[in-house]
Design a protein around this ligand. Structure first.
Ligand SMILES: O=C(O)CCC(=O)C(=O)O
Length: 265
């Protein structure tokens, strides 16, 4: 398949109320069922189950992600979509991870990634364990890569995905004010420098410490904006066409022209 229809759930999140947030996600999927064209891929934002209620994680985090696994297994099958399941507070014996799970339409998990760069401005390093691996994956037949929020400030990480052949970077985020310019410019740069689609879902609303501006984005491999959300709750939709990745990589062959031996750190 070369063309994929994407829908991003740019939602608000109830602070520290996973049950309510799961209910909200179910309601949003009712709307997914009414969209034309029918989406192939649905994205959610970062920590959509607990928000940044990090001091209560022992009480509210999802043990081994079981609740999220059950919810997305069912929704992926019901709506026959791939789900990039934002990220959840994933409680394990050694601590809690900020983990993203990707589901195929048959309900199986095809990728799992725990955020490796913990964001000090939101005290993640005090309450979360960092992941230790960054791998690319295949969605349907499309080579893909996934990062969580702060990760997009580390171009080396995303280059690893591009060198493994990724044609799309999925980003799930709770990126707050006042750094809208950073969000947009970093995402556009990642798309241009890696000649890949960037599909990035951010939340809206506020929590006790931050306000969030939405502006979920689909950016093509030439750096053009395909779709951009506003600052309120909405489903942001757009199309990804893999043939454009091939075209752009042929027009400016940066992967052939790289001189990695001169600057690989
Ligand atoms: O890097 C930033 O400015 C925002 C990062 C962030 O909010 C996060 O990683 O949760």
């Amino acid at each position: 398949m070369s063309v994929y229809n994407i829908a991003m759930l740019q939602i608000d999140i109830e602070f520290g109320k996973p049950e309510e947030n799961r209910k909200r996600v179910r309601e949003q999927f009712d709307k997914i069922g009414t969209l034309t064209p029918k989406p192939n891929i649905v994205l959610l934002p970062e920590l959509w189950d607990t928000g940044y209620d990090l001091t209560r994680l022992e009480e509210i985090a999802d043990r081994e992600g079981e609740q999220a696994r059950e919810l997305f297994r069912e929704l992926a099958q019901q709506y026959e979509v791939y789900i990039i399941g934002g990220s959840i507070a994933n409680r394990k014996a050694e601590g809690t991870y900020n983990t993203s799970l990707v589901f195929a339409p048959n309900g199986e998990v095809v990728h799992e990634y725990s955020k490796v760069h913990l964001f000090r401005l939101m005290e993640e390093e005090k309450y979360l364990q960092s992941g230790e691996a960054i791998e690319s994956f295949t969605l349907d037949e499309m080579p893909a890569f996934l990062q969580i929020c702060y990760d997009i400030r580390f171009p080396e990480s995303i280059r690893k995905g591009a060198l493994a052949g990724a044609e799309v970077l999925f980003v799930v985020a709770e990126w707050p004010n006042p750094r809208l310019a950073h969000w947009r410019q970093l995402l556009i740069a990642r798309a241009i420098e890696n000649q890949m689609y960037v599909v990035a879902c951010n939340r809206v609303g506020s929590d006790p410490n931050n306000t969030f501006f939405g502006h979920s984005l689909i950016i093509d491999p030439w750096g053009e904006i395909v779709a951009e959300g506003g600052e309120g709750e909405e489903i942001v939709v757009g199309t990804l066409d893999r043939t454009l990745v091939e075209d752009v990589r042929r027009r400016i062959p940066i992967f052939a022209d790289r001189r990695a031996s001169l600057y690989t750190l």
